[in-house]
Design a protein around this ligand. Sequence first.
Ligand SMILES: [Zn+2]
Length: 107
Amino acid sequence: MKKISLIFILILMICFVLSCGKNHEEYKIETEKREACSGNLRDIGNAIYSYELSNNKLPENLEILIEQHHLKSLPVCPISGEAYVYEKKSASYKVLCPNPEKHVGLL
Ligand SMILES: [Zn+2]
């Protein structure tokens, strides 16, 4: 009887270790995607800055950045594949990830 429960505990421990390894791998992939997402936000920010320098105003939308060759293509968030949100106010702007809540562990 004791042997059986020992084996059972051993199996549980192995499962625990295996699941930790898997979570670590997922976490690593998640981190890479998150870094790619911030890289995309940085690229868009640089393109907006470059547009502003040439046009003396903020772009009306992100598409114009491509038309004027400040950006090769519009990146999407690597986690959801959705486009970034551009919010323009009179003298400032925001570029937001469409779903920061999907970035596990972000902030
Ligand atoms: Zn994102």
